[in-house]
Ligand binder design. Structure first.
Ligand code: FE
Length: 213
């Protein structure tokens, strides 16, 4: 029931975001701003502002369990692709933001995930990599769509850390994945809308961190 309500809410927000898409450019939570669409649409009707209001209620990206397969010291790389690697190519891009909707420069993102068959590399660093956001707070990960691990829906692990702040450990999901319904860890707030592009897939996700100020 709860999942269904979340889905309905997301659908409503999506509709609102179409109407206010221009105002939302560059000021998104997840999925490029759908989460803030209602607020923006309402305030725009009341008093049009020269500067689009940044979402004061920007929701923090929820934490999730680390799981058993995190390894420290992953290589610094934005592409986890290797020659001959099986699987559908996937690019995830977005921005690390503060709750004040400011880009967070120098944030570390450490991704790890299963391969096309749902297996993790626990001996080496395959499909593991870290990168740091630039001045614009943006990141881009090139990888593959992970396979299904036993008991889990499709997911990608990530740790995000802004300088001097605690690490946010969470997971990203794929909207519309059938196994989302049966995975007790799945969170709709962490589900990416994934689009087909060329021979691969693309998705967007903005992380929102508490910078403590
Ligand atoms: Fe996992």
């Amino acid at each position: 029931m709860r999942l269904e309500r979340v889905r309905l809410a997301r659908r409503a927000l999506l509709a609102a975001s179409v109407a206010s898409a221009i105002a939302l450019v560059g000021c998104g939570g997840k999925d490029g701003g759908k989460s803030s669409a209602t607020t923006v649409a309402a305030s725009a009707a009341a008093a049009p502002a020269a500067t689009p209001p940044c979402d004061a209620e920007h929701r923090l990206t929820p934490e999730q369990t680390e799981g058993p397969y995190f390894k420290p010291n992953s290589p610094e790389r934005a592409s986890l692709l290797e020659p001959g690697m099986a699987g559908t190519r996937l690019t995830i891009a977005g921005t690390v933001l503060s709750t004040a909707c400011k880009p967070v420069a120098g944030a570390l993102l450490d991704f790890w995930q299963a391969d096309d068959k749902g297996d993790y590399d626990n001996a080496g660093q395959r499909l593991r990599g870290r990168q740091v956001t630039g001045a614009d707070g943006r990141y881009k990960l090139e990888t593959i769509v992970p396979g299904l691990s036993p008991g889990r829906t499709r997911h990608i692990h990530v740790k995000v850390r802004a300088a001097g702040r605690p690490v946010l450990t969470t997971q990203l999901y794929f909207a519309g994945e059938p196994a989302n319904e049966t995975d007790g860890i799945f969170s709709a707030a962490l589900a990416m809308d994934v689009q087909q592009e060329g021979g691969g897939k693309v998705a967007g996700f903005d992380f929102v961190l508490d910078l403590g100020r």
